[in-house]
Design a protein around this ligand. Sequence first.
Ligand code: ZN
Length: 258
Amino acid sequence: MIARITSILIFAMFVTGCVTTNEVTGRSQFITIPASQDEALGLQALNEVKDSNDHVQTSGAMVEKVRRIGQRIVKVSDNPSLNWEFIVIDEPVLNAWALPGGKVAVYSKMIENLTEAELAAVLGHECAHAILRHGAEQVSRSQVQQLAVVGLGAAAGLATEDEKTASLAVALGSLAAQGFVALPHSRDMELEADHVGTIYMAKAGYDPRNAVALWKKMSGLKEGGGSQPTFLSTHPSDGKRIERLESRMTEYLGYYKP
Ligand SMILES: [Zn+2]
């Protein structure tokens, strides 16, 4: 019985102890991973990508371009001091992603199809994901879902002590290692990254109307068939994103100094 109560208490402490207010957005976020671990976790995940994918580029013309635009964004962002790293994955995929600690990847098909300002919109969006800690937040949400299952099992007395310990370890460990790239961001996180990312691109000297141009172009590329446009994800729809961006364009243009 004491073990059961302890399990429930640990679960409750775990859940309630991790709500922080994001300094950039003012939104409450549930994150179980301390910010001090972002760098190590992001670097570990990045190294796993580099080790397992022969198409990763860390030098050359495409990387130089992405790095140059990325650094312009980072300089005016809310967290220039992260250990930023930009890589290119030379694959015919319309995608880009960001890892905790500021590790950003752009696929070559994006670079080939977008103008510099549209690429700045992509990089603004990805840098915003990293700064707003969306990867850690997504992994934390998944951990809670797993822990809830473990906790309920424990409360009902269904699991032995060994089973509980084992599944708790799995719940905490496995997602942190793989989740950052694999787990899709929620709809709200996507819209938040669009918003903050467009402010960054405008502050960096890129006309923010190119963020709208980017989503329109991505829609067109999607309709044209070809490879899966994973950057669009399934939510929110590009129509929704465009509508949101257009409704706040006056604000974004206020940050834009050509
Ligand atoms: Zn995104």
